[in-house]
Ligand binder design. Structure first.
Ligand code: HEM
Length: 129
């Protein structure tokens, strides 16, 4: 019996790399999101998000090896995440995911991924405005 993870089913490392690279390209050009990131170099933040998502979807567990328990709500407390920030984050992520071809990411997996991002972004909001 072989159980294929979501991670493997959508193309593994290469797909996650492409999505998160495109996401941070959007962040770098977004006037709502860019000021939230404390470091000038977005590379380390890009790597953290990629490792987290790879682990979440059944890939390598490097995130927890390096960062421990994700505690994402706590780790977002230093940044104001209201509806404007959530919408900007989701917009950037939707653009990034839309760049992955349907041959790589079929409709069912695409919907699962986008539903997850919407749920996760809502759950990380820490400001009503
Ligand atoms: C870290 C913003 C949603 C996962 C961060 C950081 C910022 C940020 C400014 C710090 C950058 C850094 O790591 O140096 C936001 C905003 C969001 C959002 C404005 C809008 C809702 C999400 C979502 C996820 C996520 C939906 C997961 C699906 C992460 C992870 C880190 C992070 C894994 C690194 C945590 C660590 O330090 O290990 N985020 N984020 N974020 N974010 Fe978000």
């Amino acid at each position: 019996q072989t159980a294929t993870s979501f991670y493997e089913a959508v193309g593994g490392e290469q797909t996650f790399h492409r999505i998160i690279a495109a996401f941070y390209r959007e962040v770098a050009n977004d006037e709502v999101l860019r000021p939230l990131y404390p470091e000038e170099d977005l590379g380390p933040a890009e790597r953290r998000l990629r490792m987290f998502l790879e682990q979440y979807w059944g890939g390598p567990r490097t995130y927890s090896d390096e960062r421990g328990h994700p505690r994402l709500r706590m780790r977002h407390m230093p940044f104001k995440v209201g509806p404007i920030e959530r919408d900007a984050w989701l917009r950037a992520m939707y653009i990034a995911v839309s760049e992955i071809e349907p041959e790589v990411l079929d409709n069912e997996h695409r919907k699962q991924l986008l539903d997850y991002f919407e749920m996760a972004a809502n759950s990380l909001m820490n400001s009503p405005f």
